[in-house]
Design a protein. Structure first.
Length: 202
């Protein structure tokens, strides 16, 4: 039991330590106080118009999950590009949840802070995670993506239950430059998985 507790502590620390050199940090976390479920298989959906960042996040989450004997499927294998897609392509992602028999979805959304200050983004994120919403609504509201880049991004993460569509866990990072968005992803994902283990979701 002591070894497990130490392992969880070290994994969680990675979330913070990865930000020591100006990279990723998990700044805020939220957990659904009304429900709980441990997931067995995830569809991982990176929501970003920067292909390299999306693919890295999805691949690293899938790898970390499979290392824990949890199923993982990367959504870029189903819809490679999220920029300017039509409704049919967008619906492929939603359909994949059932086709892959996933009971959970992990979303990683890179928010362009072009027209938002950091304070506005934080306020919007807090409002979003506390006001409910479903995975279907998130995908329908955010896709297709515009082919517009920004100098700075914030990354929002969430774990969703497929059966109810509701969010079980959420987190957000510090503000990152576009260059930083694709760096330090493996270490950060390991830390996030550690946080999900501590929340007893995986």
């Amino acid at each position: 039991m002591k070894h497990r507790a130490l392992a969880l502590t070290l994994l969680a620390a990675t979330v913070v330590l990865s930000g020591a050199s100006g990279k990723y940090r998990l700044i805020d976390r939220w957990e659904n106080p009304d429900d709980h479920l441990r997931f067995k298989k995830f569809l991982v959906v990176g929501i970003s118009n920067i292909k390299e960042a999306r693919n890295q996040f999805e691949n690293n989450f899938v790898s970390q999950l499979r290392g824990r004997d949890i199923g993982g499927v990367a959504s870029y294998m189903i819809v490679p590009n999220l920029v300017g897609i039509d409704d049919a392509e967008r619906d492929k992602i939603l359909a994949a949840i059932e086709e892959e028999k996933a009971d959970g979805v992990i979303t990683v959304r890179a928010v362009r802070l072009k027209d938002l200050t950091e304070e506005e983004w934080v306020a919007a994120w807090n409002k979003q995670v506390r006001s409910g919403g479903t995975i279907r609504e998130l995908i329908e509201e955010t896709l297709p993506l515009a082919d517009e880049k920004a100098k700075h991004y914030g990354v929002e993460l969430a774990v969703w239950d497929v059966e109810t569509g509701v969010r079980f866990w959420a987190g957000r990072t510090n503000v990152l430059t576009r260059k930083q968005l694709s760096k330090g992803v493996p270490e950060f994902v390991r830390g996030v998985i550690g946080a999900l283990v501590m929340a007893d979701l995986v």
